[in-house]
Ligand binder design. Structure first.
Ligand SMILES: *Cc1c(COP(=O)(O)O)cnc(C)c1O
Length: 351
């Protein structure tokens, strides 16, 4: 392992001797398998579900590797990207001593998982243009700052973080820079995945939950240099991706054309919805979005939110978050759903 990553790790993780599961020790499916105390009489559902799944997720990783154009040793798969976030905190942050940095308003799970792990979260709000505050980050960083989370495109603001700003942070932050690209397929800016060989401290998170439409299957991806991937592999639950998810995701990844079509539809609906929302009298502004949602600033967020609920339409009220005064976050729907939303909002303006 490179010395740099080794030094960042918690001491107990450095010393860890990983558990070896039965299926890791013997990788074949052939022979008489009496090594793992599985049910030799089979599963009520068939599909080989009586067998533990592949802890290395070899097939699924090869397919993702082919689609993303990066080698499998740069890929970690988790039970959602949330698992990767949790494991990064647990591998690198000593509770009560180390800290992570977040740039709110942003995804809530970074702080939630740091809190659960007893790790301090340092907060450096985004600037009014929703870009990182480089001076603020430098001020809050010390020798115990292990992870910097950058969400790009950012949830809930919808914008991408400028590529050059992320590069500055990759060059100067002493710990790992984790770029959460959950919404990258909807963005104009390209992924940081191609920079993995340039920056040993880079971790890119992606997910099948958004553009791939598979939130229910829970499949998250972390892309990083081999030493980081090895650590995540060593500390995960051996069978963190279940057999149903493995085989369904393999099937889904054959549907790239359909997924790309849905991405194009979402992006064109995003423009239409943004234009329609912008014309409503109580909308102050619709922020530009690189994601599958819009952040909309209104004069009466709470009332509009409640009105929509009475119409059976649920959006996210973000008006209590920093820099999001009066804001609702609205996921891009189908054309019919978006029409219904606009109709309901026009009724609100008349009431
Ligand atoms: C939806 C989302 C994720 C995805 O999490 P999963 O656990 O993979 O479903 C990650 N980060 C952000 C910012 C998100 O909005």
């Amino acid at each position: 392992m490179t010395e740099y990553i080794y030094q960042l790790l918690r001491e107990n993780i450095r010393k860890l001797k990983p558990y070896t599961s039965a299926r890791e020790a013997y990788e074949g499916q052939d022979g008489i398998l009496l090594d793992a105390n599985e049910n030799s009489y089979g599963s009520p559902l068939g599909n080989n579900y009586h067998r533990y799944p592949d802890p290395n997720q070899t097939l699924l990783k090869s397919k993702i590797s082919a689609i993303k154009g990066i080698p499998t040793h740069h890929i970690f798969l988790g039970n959602g990207s949330d698992e990767a976030i949790d494991l990064l905190i647990r591998a690198f942050c000593e509770p009560g001593r180390d800290n992570i940095l977040i740039l709110p308003p942003t995804y809530g799970m970074y702080k939630a998982l740091a809190d659960i792990n007893g790790v301090e979260t340092r907060i450096v709000p985004l600037l009014p243009d929703f870009q990182p505050n480089l001076e603020g980050i430098a001020d809050q960083t010390d020798d115990n700052s292990k992870l910097l989370f950058i969400c790009s495109p950012n949830n809930p603001t919808g914008n991408s973080v400028h590529y050059e700003i992320v590069e500055i942070l990759l060059n100067h932050f002493p710990g790992l820079v984790v770029i959460d690209e959950a919404f990258i397929n909807y963005a104009r800016q390209h992924s940081f995945i191609r920079e993995l060989t340039t920056y040993p401290n880079l971790v890119v998170l992606q997910t099948l939950s958004k553009a791939w439409g598979l939130a229910g299957l829970r499949l998250g991806m972390a892309f990083a240099g081999e030493p980081i991937i090895q650590v995540l592999h060593n500390i995960k639950y051996p069978y963190n991706i279940n057999a149903a998810t493995l085989s369904l995701c393999l099937q889904a990844l054959d549907q790239l054309e359909l997924v790309n079509q849905n991405i194009r539809s979402t992006v064109s609906e995003r423009q239409k919805l943004s234009d329609s929302l912008g014309k409503l009298p109580f909308v102050i502004r619709v922020f530009p979005s690189d994601a599958n949602f819009l952040l909309v600033q209104t004069i009466q967020a709470d009332q509009i939110y409640k009105h929509l609920i009475t119409q059976g339409i649920v959006v996210r009220n973000k008006s209590k978050e920093p820099l999001c005064e009066g804001c609702l976050r609205i996921t891009i729907g189908t054309p019919e759903q978006n029409d219904a939303l606009i109709q309901s909002l026009q009724n609100y303006s008349q009431s």
